[in-house]
Design a protein around this ligand. Structure first.
Ligand SMILES: Nc1ncnc2c1ncn2[C@@H]1O[C@H](COP(=O)(O)OP(=O)(O)OP(=O)(O)O)[C@@H](O)[C@H]1O
Ligand SMILES: [Mg+2]
Length: 433
């Protein structure tokens, strides 16, 4: 008998979120079959139900947009990058701490989730440090990560409450899943050394379970008051002969580089660094082409070239663009310039509000610089050509405007020619600003 593939099963779950395929194929159980074709069905109907479902799966797979963006991708949504997975896996298995550096949406978080998934018995303690402002915030994010880790121990919550009583933990339970969420109670003040209990707890947990601790968006820790002392504290805790490997991932390159490559930082040269760059073009194109083929669309190489240029080769943006191409095309189409333009218009309509409010907050010189960057690029922003294109007389004014655009995370720094963070924003600037 042929069962639905994992991909087909996923399409099914996306189309009908109420279903929870626990046993494969779930609909062959009397309950599953009854649910699919109406009450009163018995197990004897299973083969018929199975055939209908296979048919349904194939149709669904053809209809549903197969491109994923804006979220972590794993399993068959993850385009293979064996080198990086192998290197990270090697680090995790040998309990070596790692810093993962890369531009936005290059796939750092997905790489971590996929690699951990492939290491048998390894559990992820995943803390997101996005926008942390204080040591208490960092403690809360770590506690939340600990509480959402799949550690099934009946006394787990009591142990957290007991060991970390000095943090005044606030424990809440999700009403639907019963999953505990632990954070630091509001009003608690902690010095950097106040994190010791959390690290002790993680250490204790790693004696009984194989753990990988991930601190994602780690660069934001620099916004915490007394960041240097906090970094020193974390560094001293991971220096010893611990059992769990730590992964520090971050996107804003120069901030991460300051932490790991600046001689005055406590983390200077302290761990292995892995660079996450764009996916290999060949592998990624093949991965995308297969998805278009599953929806009976053909994409010539020249169209892929145009898509990769428009999306600046960024995996997340390429997937977003392909999703738009899918939306504006139909089965049987050969995707060419017309559909690419329609897809771009589709993306810009979706993003328009955000772009408008971003542009509204800029000064006149910043807008002028942005226009010039979109038209001629930012390799030589002090050149006469750039000043003329921007319509600004003084190089110092250009420098000030660019520094602000970098701080606002609208463009990257000079090391990558002031490339736009969001390639579709560049297209919007060219068309609308
Ligand atoms: N291996 C991959 N295969 C296919 N698509 C990928 C892969 N890695 C990343 N992507 C695409 O990039 C998007 C962003 O991935 P992810 O969140 O892992 O990147 P990130 O570098 O952690 O991003 P951020 O800088 O926003 O934290 C995904 O939703 C997906 O569209
Ligand atoms: Mg990420």
């Amino acid at each position: 008998m042929v069962w639905p593939s994992r991909r087909q099963e996923k399409c099914l779950v996306r189309a009908i979120p109420q279903i929870k395929p626990t046993r494969r194929p779930w609909y062959c159980s009397p309950i599953g079959a009854g649910w699919v074709v109406g009450a009163g069905r018995s197990e004897a109907d299973a083969p018929i139900v199975h055939l209908c479902m296979m048919h349904f799966c194939i149709i669904l797979e053809r209809m549903m947009n197969p491109f994923r963006f804006g979220a972590v991708v794993t399993e068959d949504d993850f385009c293979p990058r064996p080198d990086l997975v192998g290197q990270l896996r090697g680090c995790l298995e040998s309990r070596q701490h790692v810093a993962l550096l890369g531009e936005r949406r290059t796939g750092k978080t997905s790489l971590i989730f996929e690699t951990v998934r492939r290491v048998r018995g390894l559990r992820l303690v995943y803390a997101q440090l996005w926008a942390v402002k204080s040591v208490e915030d960092v403690a809360s994010r770590l506690l939340r990560a600990i509480s959402t880790t799949q550690v099934r121990e009946s006394s787990f919550v009591e142990r957290v409450a007991r060991s970390l009583a000095y943090l005044r933990p606030r424990i809440e339970f999700d009403p639907t899943t019963g999953q505990p969420s632990i954070t630091v109670s509001p009003g608690t003040k902690l010095p950097p050394a106040g994190l010791h209990g959390v690290f002790d707890f993680l250490e204790e947990l790693s004696v009984r379970h194989r753990l990988a601790v991930v601190l994602d968006e780690f660069q934001d820790i620099r916004a915490v008051e007394d960041a240097k002392a906090l970094l020193g504290e974390i560094r001293s805790r991971i220096q010893g002969p611990g059992r769990a490997p730590y992964v520090f991932a971050g996107s804003i390159r120069h901030e991460m580089e300051r932490i790991f490559r600046d001689p005055s930082s406590p983390f200077f040269k302290s761990l292995r660094t892995l660079e996450v760059q764009e996916l290999s073009r060949e592998a990624f194109q093949e991965f995308l082409a297969k998805r278009f083929v599953s929806g009976r669309r053909r994409v010539p190489g020249a169209t892929f070239d145009a898509v990769f240029v428009l999306a600046q080769d960024n995996p997340g943006d390429v997937q977003q663009f392909c999703a738009a191409v899918w939306d504006v095309s139909s089965p049987g189409d050969v995707i060419e310039g017309k559909q690419v333009q329609a897809a771009l218009a589709h993306v810009l309509v979706t993003e328009r509000k955000g772009y408008e409010s971003q542009a509204r907050r800029l000064t006149s010189n910043q807008v002028k610089c942005l226009r010039a960057l979109a038209r001629i690029g930012g390799q030589r922003p002090q050149s006469r050509e750039f000043l003329t294109e921007a319509g600004i007389a003084l190089p110092a004014s250009v420098k000030r405007a660019l520094t602000r655009l970098i701080d606002l995370e609208i463009v990257y720094g000079p090391e990558v020619g002031h490339k736009f963070f969001d390639p579709f924003f560049k297209q919007w600037v060219l068309k609308e600003l």
